[in-house]
Design a protein around this ligand. Sequence first.
Ligand SMILES: *[C@@H]1O[C@H](CO)[C@@H](O)[C@H](O)[C@H]1NC(C)=O
Ligand SMILES: *[C@@H]1O[C@H](CO)[C@@H](O)[C@H](O)[C@H]1NC(C)=O
Ligand SMILES: *[C@@H]1O[C@H](CO)[C@@H](O)[C@H](O)[C@H]1NC(C)=O
Ligand SMILES: *[C@@H]1O[C@H](CO)[C@@H](O)[C@H](O)[C@H]1NC(C)=O
Ligand SMILES: *[C@@H]1O[C@H](CO)[C@@H](O)[C@H](O)[C@H]1NC(C)=O
Ligand SMILES: *[C@@H]1O[C@H](CO)[C@@H](O)[C@H](O)[C@H]1NC(C)=O
Ligand SMILES: *[C@@H]1O[C@H](CO)[C@@H](O)[C@H](O)[C@H]1NC(C)=O
Ligand SMILES: *[C@@H]1O[C@H](CO)[C@@H](O)[C@H](O)[C@H]1NC(C)=O
Ligand SMILES: *[C@@H]1O[C@H](CO)[C@@H](O)[C@H](O)[C@H]1NC(C)=O
Ligand SMILES: *[C@@H]1O[C@H](CO)[C@@H](O)[C@H](O)[C@H]1NC(C)=O
Ligand SMILES: [Cu+2]
Length: 778
Amino acid sequence: MRFTSLFLASFVSKAVLGNPLLRQSLQAKSAAQKGSCSSCSYEQPTTVAPYKNIWQGLTDKEAVDVIELLHSDAAGLNLTAAANATDWDNIILSVELMLPNKTDVLQYITGNSTTSPTRHARAFLMFGATEKPYVREYIVGPLPITNQSTVSPYAFRTTKGGDAKIPIINADQTAYAEFTANIIKEAEDVTKFLWNLTAADKIQLPLAFMAPLTVSDNEVYQWQSFIAPTTSIYETVYLMPLGLYVRSDITGRDPSKWKMTGWVYNDIFYPSLDDLRAAIKDPKFKKLSGTSDEEWARNNHHGEPLKFDEMPPPVTIQQGPPRFTVDAEEEYVEWMDFSFYVTAARQNGLRLYDVKYKGKRILYELGLDEAIAHYAGIDPVQSGTIYFDSGSGFGPTIVSLVRGYDCPGYATFLNTTQTTKETTRTQKDGICLFEIDKGYPIQRHGWAGHTGVTKNIALTVRAVYTIGNYDYMTTYEFYLDGSIEVSVRASGYISSAFYANNEDYGFKIHDSLSGSLHDHVITFKADLDVLGTENSLQKIEIVPSTEKYVWLNGTRNTMKARKSFVATEDDGKINWSPNGASMYAVVNKDKPNPYGEYPGWRIVPASGVAYLTVQDSNITKNSAHHTTHHLYVTKRKDSEDSATHPYNSNAINDPPIDFAKYFDGDSLDQQDLVVWFNLGMHHMPHTGDLPNTVFTTAHSAMLIEPFNYLTGDPSRASKQQVQLAISENGTTIRTWGAQPATCSTINQEQVNPDLTTYTGGISVLKYPFDKTSPDRVI
Ligand SMILES: *[C@@H]1O[C@H](CO)[C@@H](O)[C@H](O)[C@H]1NC(C)=O
Ligand SMILES: *[C@@H]1O[C@H](CO)[C@@H](O)[C@H](O)[C@H]1NC(C)=O
Ligand SMILES: *[C@@H]1O[C@H](CO)[C@@H](O)[C@H](O)[C@H]1NC(C)=O
Ligand SMILES: *[C@@H]1O[C@H](CO)[C@@H](O)[C@H](O)[C@H]1NC(C)=O
Ligand SMILES: *[C@@H]1O[C@H](CO)[C@@H](O)[C@H](O)[C@H]1NC(C)=O
Ligand SMILES: *[C@@H]1O[C@H](CO)[C@@H](O)[C@H](O)[C@H]1NC(C)=O
Ligand SMILES: *[C@@H]1O[C@H](CO)[C@@H](O)[C@H](O)[C@H]1NC(C)=O
Ligand SMILES: *[C@@H]1O[C@H](CO)[C@@H](O)[C@H](O)[C@H]1NC(C)=O
Ligand SMILES: *[C@@H]1O[C@H](CO)[C@@H](O)[C@H](O)[C@H]1NC(C)=O
Ligand SMILES: *[C@@H]1O[C@H](CO)[C@@H](O)[C@H](O)[C@H]1NC(C)=O
Ligand SMILES: [Cu+2]
């Protein structure tokens, strides 16, 4: 459940842009161990990015100037400062970097052009001062803002063309809040009868769910669910449905015309409140149990003590300085044979750009595009619910990571900054980077008195997004064999249903509660470049077959590898085969390896994945065509930058980006390819989801691994391996120069990080901008 309004996120990021000069030198500054051995504390070794981070968000100055230009008379937009605005004003919803076209970026990073792509800002404006409110996207630039800079509508990255105004059918959030408060008042006799609860008890009727908002024949109606009061500090609201639902017709902008049009209780529809009143007076009326905020619903500590659990658990520590280098200003990272740029975009959150392996780009871009959760249920609210989590922008939902819990105490952190409305918010420690021993070796083999075994050390990049009820953890892991794992875990509260009549849509998981069945589909964009941008999609099917052989009379039942290429986008919508029988890799046919095979990178599920079970969903219509398959491959175009659009859910019939339109038959033969893959889970909550879903099971992951790309396994090069030989003379140990830790004391900072330094975030108002105190925190 998201209780914020549909299109207005409450806060947002801008990463600080550093030195604008192109930096060609790639020199690790000092990777030497610093700090004294007695404290065993080490500084993060630094490096200098080969060029500036062109994907990094707006600087403070850029954000201020863009907002000022939008408000200027010259722009002619008639905007009201968001802090003063009503639903009947025009406002800025968000301002962020307009990501540059890859075509322009490649000219620069491959050295064809010495100037970096011109920077522009992307602004979403809400026009509320009209009978038919709409959101419109603008491009503002060039940056820095001068008297040459302009503000223009931008629909280039939509599938609609034109000026792509996005109609907003529920603009009147303030009026809905009043309307809802009146419903609660009017229905007090009913709620008192059913549960002895009234407005005075803080019975809840949350507003503006993302989806139970139906538009047909120009009618807009919304279902809302009565929810028991929250009586603790915990966010138990997600577990307190009471089983009474009300529908309102909220068509048009005149609140005096809005009306209640139906009620549902115990799977019976009542056309009016009076019908429901009449029903409850009937002695035969079946009153169902209510619910209340109690211990079982609270994510605090409860339960029987666990043996030895009070004792300190094992913890991973850094034995020396971090073995990776960071240019913190440019958010550029080098680890072993990998290097990449990091950004935290307002729209799409943590993203990696120009990921190189052994000096060659393998991914232009890797990041999250959308996370949907599609529910089902006997009641109109769960049945009508789909969350499009990109709707509020992923960037603003990034949380400050908790040292020693979300990431090891020794991790390196980056801040993220986003601008929502006219306020810039910096999330301290929004991204963490750390090396970790995965707890199992990457390789081993034992033979005749010998054993060889290699540690599995990985570099992790992580961010957590808390979006309403759920906390999504996204992790990018780099391994010594060259593979990259992309994983998502979900924790937090489930969005649940009232138990009555819901057996086919969930388990009964508490006295009055059903764990509401839903699908999570989490879409990532992976723009792979294998030895250049011209690549093909290789498919290897493992098929049963019956074969004849020269050395055999008769036939043998066996299996074969059937190799082919996916020729066009017509075959670019792909589901993983049953039994994992098909493999897909992005390869370069023009650059065969020494053995004549095509070098590539394979995409393979590393943990359960899912696409949307619902077919032709009535509540997504054309807005979620990126959820219908496991993966998609398209020819990359500057105009097809994202699988979805932040305002897709506002116009599901004719959304700004209809992903299905990306499939127009383009060749996939030696073209620049983009893989869009879905992680996800079919979530059938059970009693173990109370009070919160846990990361162990709510987990989905994909591997991107070198596939005939190198001539062997690169992890052989790691010094972190040992060879043991046993003989009658004892055991001999062979190593390859791995140094022992020089510091033997345990650094308490790493083991028990100081959590008193944990802060949420810092918000700074950018309009009106107070130049005398530019960092005034609000
Ligand atoms: C908000 O409204 C007040 C009162 O009308 C006005 O003084 C103030 O300048 C307005 N703020 C902005 C940012 O426009
Ligand atoms: C400008 O917006 C205000 C509401 O903020 C509205 O009352 C006014 O009519 C608008 N002016 C024009 C010229 O559209
Ligand atoms: C991307 O390229 C298109 C087509 O050339 C152009 O219209 C658009 O403005 C470019 N976008 C940006 C952000 O540079
Ligand atoms: C760079 O320029 C060369 C020569 O004009 C051209 O062949 C190549 O495609 C260009 N590279 C990119 C990334 O545009
Ligand atoms: C734009 O700014 C430049 C430099 O600040 C100035 O010389 C020029 O006159 C300005 N042009 C206009 C049309 O205001
Ligand atoms: C109903 O609630 C009120 C307080 O909110 C309480 O005083 C009263 O005893 C309750 N009635 C019943 C029947 O539980
Ligand atoms: C993050 O913000 C904190 C607090 O403002 C600051 O001390 C720290 O240096 C920042 N970190 C980076 C990597 O910029
Ligand atoms: C197949 O059977 C024939 C007849 O028994 C025999 O002559 C021949 O050598 C066999 N072929 C092989 C490959 O074993
Ligand atoms: C649901 O969608 C289907 C088409 O996929 C349509 O036939 C049906 O009428 C829709 N239901 C409603 C209530 O609009
Ligand atoms: C064990 O040591 C003896 C004496 O040094 C030597 O002759 C023999 O080869 C050694 N055996 C192995 C397996 O190394
Ligand atoms: Cu779930």
